[in-house]
Design a protein around this ligand. Structure first.
Ligand code: G3H
Ligand code: 13P
Ligand code: ZN
Length: 330
């Protein structure tokens, strides 16, 4: 049994309290390897931002839970070495069973998500309660979810969004005692968040995605004022990165994300955690593809992973300063 406090990590409670009061959102960046983690920590230290390091169950399978935990512990020390002890949360993204959540808690995670959103309401409540009871006993915070996002949530995929029903949130929060709630208001996972036929075109022919359901977010806020809300599927899919990928041998079709203005608006509301994974994947792939194309003789991984890490850092700094508003909030 490893307690997260001994690793220098924090849970999300105090971070959410301040973010909710001061109208910004904490970045929740997914990572699977050392370069992604270095880029996240460098960006957050340079911008003095707290951060939630997210590990999906896929990441846990890919990199190994023990290695990821030591990487997170290393991140705490690395931030200090860079000159700022920023608050760092190690969070399980989309935990789907009690056993997975328990295992992460026992291995040093400071926060877990139990995603029972695919189950009928009562089953979601029951499973979430069980995780909350165990997690709170160890000082770990818990994120629950109501409503289903379209796209792939780890091994589970849903074809379309099931929006959160605002009339369920009070009951869910009071019965489960979760610390934060993920809701579904039109975002989805991955780089293809909308089909072109769901979008309109501006006068330059650029696809404009539909606006998120801020009416649902407002209805949720009215029912649970000041309660921390989480937005998943919040990548913007920068078209410049899609172009770089496609101009260097990639084949990404109809990749469309959430416009940053909408995410800024969400970050100013009671949304206090915004999840970003796909944008990091795109930036890393764009950098590596372009280096492979222009330097076919290179074969040292540092020659392409190093620049990819720099591009990732720029992306994270941009998100913190221009989208989330978490710069300086340590
Ligand atoms: O919610 C999905 C995250 O982007 C994690 O993706 O399961 O492929 O690691 P993954
Ligand atoms: P994106 O696929 O939009 O980056 O969403 C990531 C996410 O929600 C992780 O839980
Ligand atoms: Zn998610």
């Amino acid at each position: 049994m490893v307690n997260y406090k001994n690793l220098g990590l924090v849970n999300s409670r105090a971070l959410f309290e301040r973010a909710t009061k001061e109208n910004y959102a904490i970045p929740a960046f997914n990572f699977n390897n050392m370069e992604q983690l270095q880029a996240i920590i460098q960006a957050c230290v340079e911008e003095s931002s707290p951060v939630i390091l997210q590990v999906s169950s896929g990441a846990r399978k890919y990199a190994n839970q023990t290695i990821l935990r030591y990487l997170a512990q290393g991140a705490v020390e690395y931030a200090k070495e860079l000159g700022k002890a920023i608050p760092i949360v190690l969070h399980l993204d989309h935990g789907d069973t009690f056993d997975l959540c328990k295992s992460c808690i026992d291995f040093g995670f400071s926060s877990v998500m139990i995603d029972g959103s695919h189950f009928p309401y009562d089953e979601n409540v029951k499973l979430t309660c069980k995780v909350v009871e165990y997690a709170h006993h160890h000082g770990v915070t818990v994120e629950g979810e109501l409503g289903v996002l379209a796209g792939i949530e780890d091994d589970v995929s849903a074809k379309s969004n099931t929006y959160t029903k605002p009339e369920e949130v009070e009951d869910f929060v009071s019965k489960t005692n979760v610390d934060s709630l993920a809701i579904s208001i039109g975002t989805s996972h991955g780089a293809n968040k909308f089909k072109p036929e769901q979008c309109t075109r501006n006068n330059k022919g650029i696809l404009i995605p539909p606006i998120l359901r801020f009416d649902i977010l407002e209805a949720v806020e009215k029912r649970i004022p000041g309660f921390p809300i989480v937005l998943h599927g919040a990548s913007s899919v920068p078209q410049i990165q899609v172009e770089i990928i496609n101009n260097n041998g990639g084949k990404l079709k109809d990749a469309i994300g959430i416009p940053e203005e909408q995410l800024r608006k969400a970050a100013r509301s009671s949304v206090c955690k915004i999840n970003i994974d796909s944008d990091g994947r795109l930036v890393m792939t764009a950098a590596i593809r372009s280096i492979f194309n222009t330097n076919p003789e290179w074969f040292d991984p540092r020659q392409y992973l190093g620049p990819a890490r720099e591009s990732l850092k720029d992306l994270y700094k941009h998100k913190i300063t221009h989208v989330l508003g978490s710069a300086g909030k340590i």
